[in-house]
Design a protein around this ligand. Structure first.
Ligand code: SF4
Length: 509
């Protein structure tokens, strides 16, 4: 933060900075409660466990007290820009409090007067006093969401995907995120087994809702067995706690054939459904997803992959329940992920049956949603493009058939030749795979002998959030060089159509 005029003023220690008036960035789902109310927490949390780990998300040492929040970028025309913030600066305290994460940060800046302590890139401390409107954002973007490290899980599920990876990659690939803050901020699923009293208190006082909870089974013994953790058996008490506090959840059930399917699954869905009623339901939706198994899992782990027969059975079972739920509350409440229908070789349900797509990010209705949106994006395609274009689009083997009609439609454009390629995943040892699981190595193995044309379109779902790396740590650039093809990452239907129609492209050197 070295806008020189600001810097000098900051050194005075208690500068009044007239904040720039901005359209406020809403604090979104945060509801500010300035006064703490008497907290009534029942015995739904767990005492401190040695197996609960709190680790950094950036490969540094263990972190328990918050580190200064590192600024990644500064929004243009923002208060932070006016103050002279620069990427690399570190925010240490806001009104004498160290923010633990983005949630704290949003709470702390929701004041009219702020005293900031900031370390610049040279390590020099600056103190800034500013006044602004209550809901003005500062316009700072941080490099991490958590400033005190990620809370990892204390479970030992045999179906854990993290444990089914090969060894030897960077540490962050093996972090087991079970952090309620990540669930609130980004919709990742958590099990609630590592929460301590202070965490429950924070969820209540900061109204961190909805959270996304992996339930798997409502049977206490069975859930403890699945998660290999006796603490997991408190799930029903914990859901009741959310109900009592008027906080909401989305739920998930990972179905492991022979363990939590059949009558166990019916019981779980019926139990969860009891929390779906009323004007302010506790459980907003439930996703049912098949267990994902890779070739790296240990032998004799007792897990059975979902096959066509199993998928067909689960679809029949859950669709009956959906009908019942819809009659009772006007919503199907529990939805099967797309993978079930693809594995069962059954048509996907129509888009309308997914209602508001509450679990789209979890692969529930995402193909129908994509098809619906791409239908709109391709409604006014040109009849021709000015020059010949040969290009390709890579997706997972499981979804290629569902997406073929789009390819056909685009190929009606004169001079356009788009090929869709559905890949298997030798990396994970899976013939049938969804797009999001394809790795860089899968692309290199599956595409190196194919004519990809001038450009290859790559759905962004294959990449780790905000990065250009695949799940196996290979980068897009590495794949592009190996395949000698220009790769364009596509972010959704509109972006895909826009990039396909572009005719100014550069072949990779
Ligand atoms: S809770 Fe999630 S991260 Fe933890 S062991 Fe189970 S599957 Fe893995």
């Amino acid at each position: 933060m070295h806008k020189s005029d600001c810097l000098n003023l900051k050194l005075q220690g208690s500068l009044f900075v007239q904040a720039v008036k901005l359209d406020c960035n809403a604090i979104n789902r945060l509801h500010i409660h300035s006064k703490l109310q008497k907290i009534d927490i029942e015995s739904v949390w767990n005492e401190t466990s040695k197996s609960i780990t709190t680790v950094s998300t950036n490969d540094e040492a263990l972190v328990e007290t918050p580190r200064p929040a590192k600024v990644e970028s500064v929004e243009r025309n923002s208060i932070a820009e006016e103050l002279g913030f620069e990427p690399g600066d570190k925010l240490v305290r806001i009104n004498n409090t160290k923010p633990r994460d983005l949630i704290d940060y949003k709470y702390l800046i929701a004041e009219e007067e702020l005293n900031l302590e900031v370390l610049d890139k040279k390590g020099k401390l600056h103190k800034i006093h500013l006044e602004k409107d209550l809901d003005d954002d500062l316009g700072l973007v941080f490099s991490e969401a958590l400033f005190d490290g990620l809370k990892q899980c204390n479970n030992n599920c045999s179906f854990c995907f993290i444990d089914q990876q090969p060894l030897g990659h960077r540490k962050t690939l093996y972090l087991k995120d079970d952090d309620y803050r990540m669930s609130f901020l980004y919709g990742s699923y958590l099990t609630l087994t590592n929460l301590m009293a202070k965490d429950w208190l924070r969820i209540e006082t900061q109204r961190l809702s909805p959270l996304f909870v992996s339930v798997h089974s409502t049977d206490s013994k069975l859930r403890s067995k699945l998660l290999k953790n006796p603490r997991a058996g408190l799930i029903m008490e914990q859901i009741n706690w959310f109900k009592k506090k008027n906080l909401q959840l989305h739920a998930q059930v990972v179905v492991c054939p022979g363990l939590n399917d059949d009558e166990n699954l019916t019981k779980t869905l019926n139990d969860l459904f009891t929390f779906s009623k009323g004007k302010w339901p506790t459980i907003l939706s439930t996703a049912i997803v098949p267990v994902g198994l890779t070739r790296f899992r240990p032998e004799n782990d007792g897990l059975i992959p979902v096959d066509e027969e199993c998928a067909t059975k689960v679809i029949d079972q859950v669709e009956k329940l959906q009908t019942k739920f819809e009659e009772l509350i006007g919503s199907r409440f529990a939805w099967l992920s797309d993978e079930w229908y693809l594995l069962a070789k059954k048509p996907l349900p129509p888009r309308i049956l997914y209602e508001s797509l509450p679990q789209e990010e979890n692969g529930v209705g995402s193909i129908r949603s994509f098809l619906e949106n791409i239908e709109k994006a391709t409604a006014n395609l040109p009849s021709e493009i000015p020059i010949d274009k040969t290009c390709s689009w890579v997706v997972g083997s499981l979804v290629v058939d569902a997406l073929q009609p789009i390819c056909k439609k685009i190929n009606k454009i004169k001079r356009m030749s788009l090929t869709i390629i559905g890949l298997e995943s030798p990396y994970w040892g899976k013939e049938k795979v969804v797009t999001g699981l394809l790795t860089g190595q899968d692309l290199i193995d599956g595409l190196s002998k194919k004519n990809l044309g001038e450009e290859l379109y790559l759905p962004s779902i294959m990449l780790k959030h905000g990065e250009s790396k695949f799940l196996d740590d290979i980068t897009v650039e590495e794949v592009s060089k190996t395949l000698k093809t220009s790769i364009k990452v596509v972010f959704g239907p509109d972006d895909f159509v826009k990039k396909v129609l572009e005719t100014t492209y550069h072949a990779i050197s």
